[in-house]
Design a protein around this ligand. Structure first.
Ligand code: TXA
Ligand code: MG
Length: 334
């Protein structure tokens, strides 16, 4: 099946469509593709002009480096220097939602624009079948940030990519909804102490037990974050987010978590009176994995000019809740 959303070509991932994606990548173009975390905007990581197009399409600051996606561990080892810890993590979590920041190999072939000139590189082997098919068909590493305008909501469906990037992407491969729904966990193992740069589905505790060591993490008031992307407002819808809401004002939408029977409208009445377009529940059962998978999709749904804000119920700050709250806090920053 092939259809156009506006001017953007969205294709089901047939062999033919994958071959076409590889052709676009070879000619320096951009391809939107599904991964298990979020949809990525891919370009040939060795082609500086192609990588420059990613920054341009997303209006992303060029000091914020991109993740290099590889088909397998052998390909990752051609890009980055792996030590024993990196091997343990790759063996345990790849393919999957974990990105490793490692020393860049001098002979990696990766264009310096990908790493923003750093001596480290972020690498990940995605688990989504379509991402793997494209990587294998193309045979070279792909730089791929999330396929959304810089600072905005991340995409978890082909329609989100088309909505955010439109004609700037050569084609989008459709691969359903992203299962995890949040970007990969990023851990820096290039130095002596492993450092968590971004929360995600692979939690800090799980990483600490895999490496059998403590994992450092920057604090909220750390003014020298090690990951350039962490300095920025991010994951923000167009309408403001109001966190830890205990009620809903007139004109607001509600992003609920768990039972809503104790939530009411500020002006009186139950939130169940809200129209369908103004209420989403991340997980009625209070399941954090389900909530993570729904987060960006529901924020996209509620991000409508008719709403003066999105009231978000409190989400427990444990396990995957850390990663969800991290996104919400950055999205609420003004
Ligand atoms: O789940 C994901 O990781 C998705 C999918 C498409 O794979 N990709 C993604 O890429 O989220 P992006 O570019 O939106 O996020 C990359 C993050 C940024 O916060 C960036 O600053 C950080 O990784 N990063 C990349 N290279 C780095 C490096 N050498 N040192 C420190 N942080 C780095
Ligand atoms: Mg992003």
């Amino acid at each position: 099946m092939q259809y156009k959303s506006g001017m953007t070509l969205i294709l089901e991932p047939s062999n033919e469509a994958i071959a076409r994606a590889a052709d676009i990548l070879k000619s320096g173009g951009l391809v939107g593709l599904p991964t298990e975390t979020v949809y990525g905007l891919a370009a040939d990581a060795e082609n500086g002009k192609a990588v420059a197009r990613i920054y341009e399409a997303k209006a992303r600051p060029a000091f914020n480096p991109l993740i290099v996606h590889v088909a397998d561990i052998a390909a990752a080892e051609r890009v980055a220097v792996f030590d024993a810890r990196a091997r343990v993590l790759a063996a345990q979590f790849w393919p999957g939602p974990l990105t490793l920041v490692l020393p860049l190999r001098p002979d990696s072939g990766i264009d310096p624009l990908v790493t923003a000139g750093l001596e480290t590189v972020a690498v990940r082997m995605p688990a989504h079948k379509v991402a793997q098919d494209v990587l294998r068909a193309y045979g070279k590493p792909l730089a791929a940030p999330s396929a959304n305008p810089s600072g905005g909501l991340s995409p978890t469906s082909p329609a989100h990519v088309a909505k955010g990037l439109g004609e700037q992407v050569g084609m989008i491969l459709a691969g359903g909804r992203s299962d995890v729904g949040l970007e990969s966990t990023v851990i820096d193992v290039s130095g002596d102490v492993p450092f968590l740069l971004r929360h995600g589905a692979v939690t800090r505790d799980v990483l600490a037990s895999a490496l059998d060591t403590a994992i450092a993490e920057s604090t909220e008031d750390d003014h020298a974050p090690k990951s350039p992307g962490q300095t920025l407002r991010h994951y923000a819808p167009s309408v403001p987010l109001r966190l830890k809401a205990v009620d809903v004002a007139t004109g607001e939408a509600l992003l609920a978590f768990g039972p809503t029977r104790f939530m009411s409208m500020k002006e009186g009445g139950a939130v169940t009176q809200l129209p369908y377009t103004s209420i989403r529940n991340l997980s009625e059962e209070g399941d954090l994995t389900e909530a993570a998978a729904n987060l960006f999709r529901f924020l996209h749904d509620l991000d409508q000019p008719a709403h003066k804000a999105i009231a978000v119920m409190d989400i427990p700050d444990q396990g995957l809740g850390r990663a969800i709250n991290d996104r919400l806090k950055r999205g609420a920053q003004s």
